[in-house]
Design a binder for this molecule. Sequence first.
Ligand code: ADP
Ligand code: MG
Length: 298
Amino acid sequence: ATPTAVMVGTGVGASKGVLIKGGQALESAYKVNCIVFDKTGTLTKGKPVVVNTRLLRTMALREFYELVAAAEVNSEHPLAKAIVEYAKKFLEDEENPTWPEAQDFNSITGHGVKAIVGNKELIVGNKSLMLEENIVVPVDAEEILAETEGLAQTGILVAIDRKLVGVVAISDPLKPSAAEVISILKSMNVRSIMVTGDNWGTANSIAKEVGIDTVIAEAKPEHKAERVKELQAEGYIVAMVGDGINDSPALVAADVGMAIGAGTDIAIEAADIVLMKSYLEDVITAIDLSRKTFSRIR
Ligand code: ADP
Ligand code: MG
């Protein structure tokens, strides 16, 4: 493509809210035949909400949520925020939520949190956290988890004084356009893959809903980037679409990194293309634009 064509291409992109950082990004987008999508905040809305509470022993929901919120209020994780938000409805004064003070708060990245609340020990997180902590996960809890994950929800396990007492089901619905975007990409001969730090059960359910058949779950940030490199070694020209700090290494590793505009600054900096309006369909806009720019001249 001539420099003028590239300028026109990036200009059209900008007018549509697709910020392309230079001609190289546009040229790479032209060759993309595989896209790796982050799940949370990219394919999903990224605004998780508590949809169900399953207690394994008799306990007032109010007491349960007071303890869980006291532990989770110290965490920045979106799942923690969803739990704290939901817990407010059990308080007398919803407007001015106050939780018991937590001591010895510990955040275990990608797994959950631990804290002492009053005289109780709280462990809140995924199954691997419980296993690491030697907390017994009874069969009925396993069943609840499987059910929750089958519904494309994330089940957060709660242990009080080292006994598993409940499962909090959290839903983060797909963006309305997600399934259509994946299906259009398929028709454009672009393969779609999903990566997430979430568990395999939930990840597979979400992938099925959106029409993606290749999933990588329970992935740490470095796994996301490694997977991108493996796909490149297989001969794919890879785009990564993500919104989080933990997507940044993969955004950099990809031939084209695309950041969701509503995402974190670190992801936006790491990306070659920024979808300013945060519309998932702008992934297609970017590829279309690059194809128009580069095929015209060939
Ligand atoms: P994601 O890529 O979905 O944001 P993370 O790697 O941040 O995933 O977390 C992976 C999993 O660890 C979550 O799905 C959840 O089960 C558990 N987890 C992480 N942080 C918390 C927390 N503050 N409270 C409860 N569970 C958590
Ligand atoms: Mg994300």
